[in-house]
Ligand binder design. Sequence first.
Ligand code: SF4
Ligand code: SF4
Length: 95
Amino acid sequence: MTVNPEILQPGPKMEVDYKKCNTPMTCKKCLELCPQAVFAVDTIKYIKFTETDINEPDAYKIIPRHSDKCSGCMDCIKVCPQDAINIDFKGVNTA
Ligand code: SF4
Ligand code: SF4
């Protein structure tokens, strides 16, 4: 069976540059602004019985977990102070 990757593409390809965004919990602008709730935060560093420090680099990561829900408004790109978000709509089936 031949699979058309464009049909399987559920949404745009989204990437966050973690060199530019390494303390997302001190910012959260994309999280708060996205009307489609595309973004989520993962805790990367766990220490038992200790709250993870929001100022520690790479302790948390912004994940575009629901990129299939992205409407393409581009507001997250405009609001990101680090220019860390990249969205590529190539190959998205908009029919
Ligand atoms: S482009 Fe708009 S809908 Fe898509 S992730 Fe960014 S803010 Fe959300
Ligand atoms: S707006 Fe940019 S810098 Fe702020 S949390 Fe989102 S990706 Fe990181």
